[in-house]
Design a binder for this molecule. Structure first.
Ligand code: SAH
Length: 391
């Protein structure tokens, strides 16, 4: 295995089990590793530190083991098994719930890998060349380990680094569902379009937050802004909302939302969906809402975009504060990894102050437990939410 030697003191984060090595921390590479190849990491004074996947880019190595062990099929299968044991421990998998995240990258000590399960199909998504290279082993380990999974769909055409010039094709590596693309979340049915949908097809990270929303929905007029597949809308309907409006700029998302509402509440005229830009919708809106959900896409993907992202969150939340009824409830989220909980809260604070609404924080939310945060990798805590009482 090719050895990578770190600069003096750059081993400190590795000793605290942080799984990333930035390219600037490398002193020398003994050889010429291919992208995705396993490399052994050593400190300047030649102490073994770990084994990881090499990649060209700012994160040069993603550590998969801090011990000097063989990294073979048994190794990967062990990791998948531990991820599966964790999901069983959370108590997620039942008659009424068969969609969940099986592997959450660093949160499961599998940096560069995401696996979401929808009923009998697991969607495997590689974010590193190292994980791409072992996709068949990973798929086999999932089929061997996870009860109920019969099909594997590999979907990495948009998640692998563009510069690596790999161009993987998305497709089934094992099995294929016979025309049933539905899965259950907390007893509600959803169509999941992993073929054409965003990410792996559904945002399972909001599961617990949707349940909380259901509890607040009784008798309310609800606006689900950035609805995507309509998850929050369907829960609001089960929670006896009086009216539910779903908005997304993507026509495909609106189609999915309508289909999901119809799947659970056929011919229920409480729901209406609008394919419209969020700010345009707010500008033209004439309905008063008692409950608003704002779950926008990540406004900042890079640190350089942080300032603008915070302005964006403020601007958006101003719109919600301006339009929510007295005594209304706002569920507001940010899924930008680089925006901290405090920064997001400050943006919402500024929005509240600008609109002079009296606001109280009722809940501080995060991602569901099947998106665990590795304590040594706090960057994994990406989803932040606030539930606010707006007087
Ligand atoms: N709340 C959703 C996930 C939202 S993902 C859930 O629980 O599943 C973000 C969504 O915002 C995407 O569907 C995207 O199409 C939509 N979007 C992006 N820009 C938008 C804009 N300017 N106005 C309205 N929707 C937008």
């Amino acid at each position: 295995m090719i050895k990578i030697i770190l600069k003096a003191r750059k081993e400190e984060s590795v000793k605290r089990f942080h799984p990333w090595i930035f390219s600037g921390a490398i002193q020398s590479i003994e050889g010429n590793p291919e992208e995705g190849e396993l490399v052994a990491l050593y400190s300047e004074d030649k102490q073994f530190l770990g084994i990881g996947h090499y990649q060209i880019g700012s994160i040069a190595v993603r550590i998969v083991s801090f011990e000097d062990v063989p990294v073979d099929f048994r190794f990967w299968a062990g990791k998948i098994k531990r991820a599966w044991e964790l999901r069983k421990a959370i108590g997620l998998i039942s008659e009424t719930n068969n969609m969940y995240r099986l592997v959450h990258g660093e949160g499961d000590s599998l940096p560069g890998l995401i696996v979401d399960v929808y009923n009998e199909t697991a969607i495997v998504q590689a974010h590193s060349i190292g994980m791409h290279n072992i996709r068949e082993m990973l798929s086999q380990a999932i089929l061997d380990t996870v009860d109920g999974v019969k099909n594997i769909y590999y979907k990495s055409s948009t998640t692998l680094p563009f510069k690596a010039d790999i161009h993987p094709e998305d497709g089934y590596v094992s099995g294929k569902p016979d025309n049933d693309y539905t899965a259950k979340e907390n007893g509600l049915l959803f169509y999941v379009d992993w073929l054409k949908g965003q990410k792996t097809g559904f945002f399972v990270d909001q599961r617990d937050n949707r349940s909380l929303l259901e509890r607040y929905s009784g008798g309310k007029s609800v606006l689900n802004m950035f609805c995507y597949t309509g998850g929050f809308s369907v829960y609001a309907m089960r929670g006896n909302a009086k009216l539910v409006h779903s908005v997304d700029s993507s026509a495909k998302a609106i189609e999915l939302t309508n289909a999901n509402v119809a799947l659970n509440y056929p011919s229920d005229n409480r729901h209406k969906a609008f394919a419209e830009d969020a700010f345009k919708f707010f500008a033209a809106n004439k309905t008063d809402y008692d409950l608003i959900i704002l779950d926008p896409p990540a406004f900042a993907k890079r640190r350089s975009a942080l300032k603008n992202a915070l302005k964006g969150y403020k601007r958006l939340n101003v719109k919600a504060f301006e339009q929510i009824t007295p005594g209304g409830i706002l569920f507001t989220f940010s899924c930008s990894q680089i925006v901290t909980k405090d920064q997001f809260r400050m943006a919402v604070f500024s929005a509240a102050a600008e609109t002079k609404r009296n606001v109280r924080i009722l809940h501080q939310l995060s991602q569901s437990a099947d998106h665990p945060v590795n304590i040594y990798h706090p960057e994994g805590e990406y989803l932040k939410g606030l539930v606010l009482w707006v007087e």
